[in-house]
Design a protein around this ligand. Structure first.
Ligand code: HEM
Ligand SMILES: [Ca+2]
Length: 704
């Protein structure tokens, strides 16, 4: 009697098995033979990435639940309003669908001194929270047009929202309140912005739907060990790999003149239309930008319900970008001596031996070679680990684990006590209990009720705001700030990572001297990102908008209301008066047919700033602040907690608080002077300091 539609539920449940087979067919349509080639705009984003085998099994089982949701919604309700499906969840519990592929939930050891790879067992009561391949979290329920997975539409007319490229063209020139500062003021430098990208990659990595997925199933009775994360499975995954593999799905015709019609395009296609009068793409006669929907997975409770996207990395700020998310990667990266990680002759990054084409660097996250600047940030942490680990113990395992633990603690200290106060403002960062000095005050404690998952609104909305501030040019400077090299951003791509071998310090100087770009979106990212040989690239702003819609992220006004505790009711354009300047509001009104349609990132970039020259306004600060709160209070291993399984002592914590970005740079590079606060451009208030004057970090305090 608790299952009001038991019979219909049973009927839908039977369909689930068919859905699973259909899913496999759907991903490999027999006549579909259009794929992106290497010289395709945005190729790097569309190339198929690595997903560890067993997780494909999660995806296909999750698809069963999604199809069931569709059946319930359409067959039982025959209407468009999103129904509350909670009554059905108990009718659909199927142990053959909802088993754990990778989380050894009964085997967490609460006393274990170290984090697991992949973030499982951080929350003992709910071991998958924040773990790799769990779903992105949500601040608000998703807003899909069909309630399940299709892109949001206009709130008043149910018509399609304006093409992201039209919005990008109209709203990219001007970022509200941001003005290029004078040389007297210190602002976030390019170096500090790329640290933001590094954090991004630590907490999130969505996956494109791929055309050739292995079909896996679990063999219960065969006992063999399959190594994933911390444990050993006592069952085997048998996978069949379709023989096609390689580059990803293509949703546009060969010369981008049109989107492929639905009957011949891949089901995961959500291409972006380019308006015919486009001032950049017009020269290529291009009318279509490739775009593939993200892979979805189970909701955290494995219930029927709308689509939830999979996050392939651990959400925790655990430097998974450096150390990897699984034991196999850990093994590949360790030198087995003194706890050190392997590296190449130039001490930049490890390289794949005898690799035929550049770049060949690798580390915990495959995105590291996107630009030399990003690869360099990985290299800095690699060097820090290798500096610390040998000083921790003479035993390789202890040195590795303790080195990893301290490196991660220093990283968290940089995030919370040096970087976030710049991004959110000192007061916001303090008031939201993010930055805090434990040697001077009580910094709170771990709260197991906090869900640390990376939210969709954060990763695929607000935290992409810095994309708008990336400069058009990257400069390299010598020791006396003499210009050594200057490159357009779209030329500073993966083919250039080798400059780290020759110009390591020059690149750091270039990025710390140069401010982020306050002048609005760079054409380098909005037209030429990952360009092909003819100079046609893709548009990151359009991607960001389309991605938000693909993930069902609610519109800006919904999050604005949430952030003001629903005290703000937005029923008309005039209700938005206080949040935007009149000029911005006019532009928004020209683009969107309803005030309720504004895409989240568009609103975050255009809302009035909280303080002068801040890069963020209140809604952006709210979403980003909330995420960092979750990543702090929901992390059992956060470095400041004094009651964890293996806490730092008070003197150790005091030493960690003395660490800074300046000290970091002086310890692992040959630079002789750095900005006092190295995330900010040097100025009278943030002078260059000599490395000789910065006290060395006292590693002896941490040795075992
Ligand atoms: C420096 C140059 C950068 C480039 C070329 C770049 C490019 C990209 C691309 C291509 C994506 C995937 C887009 C999609 O298909 O949805 C992405 C995702 C993202 N970017 Fe950037 N980005 C850069 C810097 C940054 C910075 C500085 C930040 C923030 C501080 C940032 C935040 C993000 C976030 C949060 C995501 C989503 C990550 C996820 O999958 O969870 N990016 N970026
Ligand atoms: Ca992580």
């Amino acid at each position: 009697q608790n299952c009001p539609f038991a019979q219909k539920a049973f009927y839908a449940s039977k369909n689930m098995d068919r859905a699973r087979t259909r899913y496999i067919d759907e991903l490999n349509p027999p006549d579909y033979d259009l794929y992106v080639t290497e010289d395709h705009p945005g190729f790097e984003v569309w190339a198929e990435g690595d997903v560890a085998y067993p997780f494909w099994d999660d995806f296909s089982r999750a698809r069963v639940l999604l199809t069931t949701t569709e059946i319930i919604n359409h067959k039982m309700f025959f209407k468009r309003e999103c129904e509350d499906l909670s009554a059905y969840t108990k009718c659909f519990h199927r142990s053959d669908v909802c088993y754990d592929t990778f989380c050894l939930c009964n085997e967490c050891n609460a006393k274990s001194k170290y984090r697991t790879m992949g973030g499982t067992c951080n929350n003992i009561g709910n071991p998958k929270l924040g773990a790799q391949y769990s779903a992105y979290g949500r601040i608000l329920p998703p807003d899909y047009h069909d309630c399940i997975h299709s892109e949001r539409r206009s709130a008043i007319s149910s018509e399609e929202l304006p093409s992201p490229r039209i919005i990008s063209n109209i709203l990219s020139q001007y970022i509200s309140g941001a003005e290029q500062p004078d040389n007297q003021t210190s602002v976030l430098n390019v170096f500090g912005s790329i640290f933001g990208q590094l954090i991004t990659h630590d907490v999130g990595s969505r996956i494109n739907v791929q055309r050739s997925v292995p079909f896996c199933f679990r063999q219960k009775y065969l006992r063999r060990n399959f190594e994933v994360n911390e444990g050993l499975f006592s069952f085997l995954f048998v996978c069949f790999l379709p023989d096609v593999a390689g580059p990803g799905i293509q949703c546009c015709s060969q010369y981008y003149t049109r989107r492929l019609s639905e009957d011949i395009s891949h089901p995961a296609c959500k291409p972006i239309d380019i308006p015919t009068n486009d001032t950049f793409y017009g020269q290529f006669e291009a009318n279509c930008l490739n775009f593939i929907s993200s892979q979805t997975t189970f909701s955290s409770k494995c219930e029927v319900g709308p689509a939830q996207q999979s996050n392939s990395v651990s959400a925790f700020l655990d430097l998974s970008i450096i150390y990897g998310d699984d034991l196999a990667t850990q093994k590949r990266l360790r030198s087995k001596k003194q706890g050190r990680l392997i590296t190449n002759a130039g001490n930049v990054l490890p390289e794949i031996p005898k690799c035929p084409q550049q770049p060949c660097y690798f580390l915990g996250d495959p995105r590291l070679v996107q630009t030399p600047m990003l690869a360099q940030w990985h290299s800095l942490f690699l060097r820090l680990h290798n500096l610390i680990a040998p000083q921790m113990s003479s035993n390789d395992e202890t040195a590795y684990q303790e080195g990893k633990r301290l490196t991660t603690a220093l990283y968290q200290r940089l995030v919370y006590n040096e970087w976030l106060p710049i991004i959110l403002g000192e007061a916001e960062s303090r008031d939201r209990q993010l930055s805090c000095d434990p040697s001077k005050e009580n910094c709170g404690k771990y709260d197991p009720s906090v869900d640390p998952s990376t939210t969709n609104e954060f990763a695929h909305g607000a935290f992409r705001w810095l994309h708008a501030f990336i400069p058009s040019t990257i400069n390299l400077y010598g020791p006396n700030k003499e210009l050594i090299m200057s490159r357009a951003f779209s030329d500073m791509n993966s083919s250039q990572v080798n400059i780290l071998e020759t110009n390591y310090d020059d690149l750091i100087r270039g990025t710390f001297y140069d401010p982020i770009n306050y002048g609005g979106w760079s054409p380098e990212l909005r037209n030429r990102m990952m360009r092909d040989s003819k100079g046609m690239g893709t548009d990151l702003f359009s991607f960001d908008i389309n991605r938000g819609r693909d993930h069902g992220i609610p519109s800006f006004p919904d999050l604005l209301s949430y952030c003001t505790n629903s005290s703000t009711e937005i029923n008309s354009w005039t209700d938005l008066d206080q949040y935007f300047t009149p000029a911005t509001l006019d532009t928004l009104q020209a683009v969107y047919s309803s005030h309720r349609d504004i895409d989240l990132l568009v609103g975050v970039l255009q809302e009035r700033r909280s303080t002068e020259r801040s890069t963020l306004g209140p809604t952006g600060i709210c979403i980003i602040g909330l995420q960092f709160r979750q990543l702090k209070y929901g992390d059992r291993f956060y470095y400041q907690w004094t009651d964890g399984p293996h806490p730092f002592t008070q003197p150790q914590l005091a030493e960690i608080e003395e660490f800074s970005m300046a000290k970091f740079l002086c310890s692992v590079t040959s630079l002789t002077s750095v900005p006092t606060n190295s995330f900010l451009t040097p100025s009278a208030t943030n002078p260059m300091v000599s490395c000789a004057s910065i006290p060395k970090f006292n590693f002896a305090l941490f040795a075992k």
